[in-house]
Design a protein around this ligand. Structure first.
Ligand SMILES: [Zn+2]
Ligand SMILES: [Zn+2]
Length: 185
């Protein structure tokens, strides 16, 4: 019998959680694990009961969506809410954590970070993880290849269209964006 590894199992959970994201900028999922048990999970979203970016559009200031609580933060706050210790725990995230989440992860006593996708890996975050003796490991996620690569594919196509924008007229560009939307919806 072919059993999936613990790493793939927990990473699958994070990718599943990412599908619940409400911020359209990036769908991220995070799973906190202790002694091979899932103790909390989170995804990119608004405060409970708040409006969703997916309904109202993102609230962007300085190129960041300020409405969203990051997946890692949501998972950690779930532990705070229910009084679950995070000391010595591990976290599985779909994307390399941002600087804010990096600091929260360190401060909560988490000792290992597994991430599936490199995402603007901030040199200071890498430095802080090293300094705090938090192990950071890249785990290639391979159980849902189509879903896992969808965001990268979309980002790549968007990037290509943006590069073409200078050489084409507006209606042609619009048509390309529409076709890409249809393809990825
Ligand atoms: Zn947003
Ligand atoms: Zn973050």
């Amino acid at each position: 019998m072919n059993r999936i590894s613990w790493d793939q199992y927990f990473m699958s959970q994070s990718h599943l959680l990412a599908l619940r994201s409400t911020c359209t900028r990036l769908a991220v999922g995070a799973t906190i694990v202790r002694d091979k048990r899932i103790i909390a999970g989170g995804y990119n979203g608004s405060i409970a009961g708040g409006v969703h970016c997916s309904d109202e559009g993102c609230y962007v200031i300085d190129n960041h969506c300020v409405r969203t609580i990051h997946a890692e933060m949501n998972a950690l706050l779930q532990c705070a809410k229910f009084g679950v210790p995070t000391e010595g725990a591990e976290i599985y995230v779909t994307h390399f954590p941002c600087l804010q989440c990096c600091k929260a992860i360190i401060q909560s006593g988490i000792k290992t970070v597994y991430y599936a996708v490199d995402y603007k890996n901030h040199p200071y975050a890498i430095e802080l993880f090293e300094q705090a003796n938090v192990k950071v490991e890249h785990v290639e996620f391979d159980n849902m290849p189509n879903e896992a690569k969808e965001q990268e594919k979309r980002a790549f196509v968007t990037d290509l269209i943006e590069k073409l924008a200078d050489t084409m007229n507006e209606s042609e560009i619009k048509r390309l964006y529409n076709e890409s939307d249809k393809l990825f919806s």
